[in-house]
Design a protein around this ligand. Sequence first.
Ligand SMILES: NC(=O)c1ccc[n+]([C@@H]2O[C@H](COP(=O)([O-])OP(=O)(O)OC[C@H]3O[C@@H](n4cnc5c(N)ncnc54)[C@H](O)[C@@H]3O)[C@@H](O)[C@H]2O)c1
Length: 348
Amino acid sequence: MIQDSNVDPKNSTSCPAKVHRLGLIGCGWVLPFHLRALRQLSDRARVVWVADPARERAEKAASEIGVKALTDYHAGLDEVDAAFVLVPHHLHHPVTLDCLRAGLDVLVEKPLAVTLDQADEMIETADRLGRVLMVAYPHRYRRSMRLLKQAIEGGRYGRLIMLDAMMDESLRGYALGWLAKKATLGGGLFFSASPHMLDVLFWIGGEVKSLSMVGTHGGIPMEGEDTAASIMKFASGVIGVTRHTWASPRCRIWYTLNAMCEGAHVTLTTTPLGDLAKDGVKCAWRTRVVALGEAEEVLLESDEGLEMQPEDAHFLDCLGDRRRPETDGRAARRIMELVFQAYREAAC
Ligand SMILES: NC(=O)c1ccc[n+]([C@@H]2O[C@H](COP(=O)([O-])OP(=O)(O)OC[C@H]3O[C@@H](n4cnc5c(N)ncnc54)[C@H](O)[C@@H]3O)[C@@H](O)[C@H]2O)c1
């Protein structure tokens, strides 16, 4: 039985000493970010194996952390308590179902699936089997993002009026293979990656009344749009805006979220000091949260970048407490539903 995510973890009956055994499925670009996070969480989780049909990738990742390499994850399902599903989007559904049906809890990379029917089957299966199903939307778990939300909600800067998020990414030469095809990506960039911002905006803004988008092709050879903008209106009256591209000539900022309140702009900016696509987990970062009202007030300065540690820690908390993650299947499905509706209305 999985409880709602608002259960106070301090009242949890879980055994803090439990070390969860993990299998990591998919040894591509994103894997090193989770490996770094799990090294920091080694008192709470132990990777037992990594799996990838590309043998050399599985063996390279396995040798770096001293675990077993599998070319077929099915062979390891009975050796672990939970799995991370880090595979192309069209495979999220079959791989997640295999894991849930084998009795595992699952952290699946975003998006949950590529169709709503798939999403429904995954949610229903997790519910019926009493498994934790979490979707990896890392940004809301980041320390800087938590601070930004607290600063807005603390009321010190007055009522929130508008949220404006931008992701500026340069994926020339990287958005190839499954990333370039609608059938395997599930859509364009607005489906694949803009939900990083949508998740945070929905988390801060609350109930969404409407979402619309426009997309275009900025030069990345992919079937779906590589550049998109959206506007949304929340039940509270707050307006939200996203701007996002994979076709940037140069990624200057990567991620910035500006909350315009009555008394100040409160802005989170995360800037790579290298080339994120090329450097991956080795990329260094600078993150700032600043309130700009009468004067400039620096709320946070740190080297935080694309950190998976807070997100992975939340997943482990949910395993221990048997509670629903904040970014559970339903939250991720709601994003998909709104994105598909916005696509239909934009005829894009
Ligand atoms: N949270 C983030 O910021 C972030 C960033 C990048 C990617 N992602 C997500 O991570 C996932 C993977 O993306 P990526 O960039 O690592 O892709 P990738 O193409 O670099 O790696 C995918 C890997 O999955 C492997 N694979 C394919 N079928 C498999 C199977 N049946 N079993 C095991 N492995 C299999 C491929 O061989 C490949 O090595 C996607 O869902 C993507 O959206 C998230």
